[in-house]
Design a protein around this ligand. Structure first.
Ligand code: AMP
Length: 452
């Protein structure tokens, strides 16, 4: 397909020509008419696929010139870097279009942003927290929003923004188009779509780039978490074969739990990445894994998107992903650059259905291996594996995931100090080697009087 066939307006065509793009990327091709039609859309696409223009082009094409001050398009993204990036991309294609674009994010002066908003705008790109603050301050009116885009929604939910997103939804007009892009499908993303989207059209670019021929896939049936740990330990004992191992788990708590287990059997050999770890910590982990200081990297799906590390000897799916696309992304981390890769997947009884879905997507069966005899079968169950007590329906009870998430940045040096009590008392105590305060002085004086 060519850009001609997308029926772009002349200003957009000219901007595309200036950029030197030859043809739309697959996600752009698929999104253009669907987003243009005005229905709710969920797109599964990673950074680098051209997803920003996939929503940028149809939005700009259908945004008539207006002199009104309130924004009509809201784009929410998880980080300030992405705000900057998305604004830049929009400015590139809107080069010949008369449209006002503004990016706002936290950690900078809110008053400057308020003044910029007061000047009027059409498209607002924002991080959720700052957007909400601006909306509450009444400088920003959201009543004219016709289109809401949530980009990298998987990262956003993983960072604990669900609560903030719901607050923002409350401020938006009911009648609006919802457009969402996510690199991975997760339970949280699914729940958000089900609860807030109306008959969304789904667009997903086939994960055809995954070189299945290069990857040897095998699987084990394993009854529970601790037996999976035993099996993993058994495999990892073979240091020569398992020399650079990426272990995938479904969620953060599982990542930490598995890390603790591996620390016991292989101290100092593993590192971990998930969204409760700071950016610095994650980068450090990835570096250590990449240059071989750590043999094992434990990762969640959301944080491992786009991991670009060569020579991974094994991808181990410690759990069987619910969404087959995630499995494809996971195993695609091995078997790169013509090298043979190796992927293993561990599945419990409960995970067999997910496994069938994966096999269906790939149109092939993953060979089953026998559990090695020396792997001990554990009967101990972790919390999630124990039978659940069903709670009676209680609509008033807040769901856990609606709670604001923890802060995910490292504390500043000055905020790391703990409160040691009043500084005066501490200084006096240091000077006199024993607690002595003005109160004590009066007490002694009173007692002296009595004694007289
Ligand atoms: P994104 O996935 O939106 O982060 O975009 C990744 C990069 O691809 C950006 O630098 C875009 O400028 C570029 N890009 C977007 N669409 C196209 C296209 N049709 N042809 C070539 N490059 C593109």
């Amino acid at each position: 397909m060519t850009f001609q066939e997308l029926n772009l307006t002349t200003p957009l065509r000219n901007a595309i020509d200036d950029l030197g793009f030859e043809k739309p990327t697959p996600i752009q091709e698929q999104s253009f008419n669907v987003i243009g039609s005005g229905s709710d859309v969920v797109g599964i696409a990673q950074t680098g696929t051209g997803k920003t223009f996939a929503y940028g082009l149809p939005i700009l094409k259908n945004l008539p010139y207006s002199e009104q001050d309130n924004p009509r398009v809201l784009v929410l993204v998880p980080t300030r870097e992405l705000v900057v990036q998305v604004v830049e991309e929009f400015e590139k294609i809107a080069k010949y279009v008369n449209v006002r674009i503004l990016g706002v994010y936290g950690g900078t002066n809110i008053n400057t942003q308020k003044r910029a908003i007061a000047e009027g705008l059409d498209i607002l790109v924002a991080t959720p927290g700052r957007l909400y603050d601006l909306a509450l301050s009444r400088v920003l009116q959201l009543k004219s929003i016709q289109k809401l885009v949530i980009d990298e929604v998987d990262v956003m939910l993983d960072l604990g923004f669900r609560h903030q997103l719901l607050n923002i939804f409350d401020l938006l007009p009911q009648r609006r188009q919802n457009i969402m892009f996510s690199a991975t499908m997760t339970k949280d993303v699914d729940a958000l779509i089900t609860d807030y989207f109306i008959n969304p059209k789904r667009i997903s670019i086939a994960v055809s780039g995954t070189p299945l021929d290069n990857i040897k896939q095998e699987r084990y049936n394993v009854p529970n978490f601790y037996t999976k740990v035993n099996l993993l330990n058994h495999l990892l004992n073979d240091i020569d074969t398992y020399n650079k191992v990426l272990v995938f788990v479904a969620y953060k708590r599982m990542a930490d739990r598995l890390f603790d287990q591996l620390e016991e059997s292989f101290p100092g050999e593993s590192c971990v990445i998930h969204s409760n770890k700071t950016q610095n910590y994650r980068l450090r982990s990835i570096n250590q894994f990449e240059n071989g200081d750590n043999r094992i990297l434990i990762a969640t799906d959301v944080m491992a998107r786009g991991l670009d590390i060569d020579n991974i000897s094994h991808v181990i799916n410690f759990d069987t992903p619910d969404y087959p696309e995630n499995y494809m992304h996971r195993i695609g981390r091995t078997g790169r650059a013509e090298k043979e890769g190796h992927a293993l997947v561990f599945s419990t009884e409960k995970e067999q259905e997910a496994l069938e879905n994966i096999e269906q997507l790939m149109q092939m069966q993953v060979p089953l291996l026998e559990l090695p005899a020396m792997v001990e079968i554990s009967t101990e169950l972790i919390e999630e594996e124990r039978p659940q007590l069903k709670e009676r329906y209680n609509p008033l009870k807040h769901r856990d995931e609606d709670a604001p998430g923890p802060a995910f940045h490292e504390k500043k040096e000055k905020n790391k100090k703990t409160n040691q009590g009043g500084s005066y008392r501490r200084e006096i105590a240091k000077k006199y080697k024993k607690p002595k305060t003005r109160g004590d002085k009066n007490y002694n004086r009173r007692n002296k009087k009595k004694r007289r």
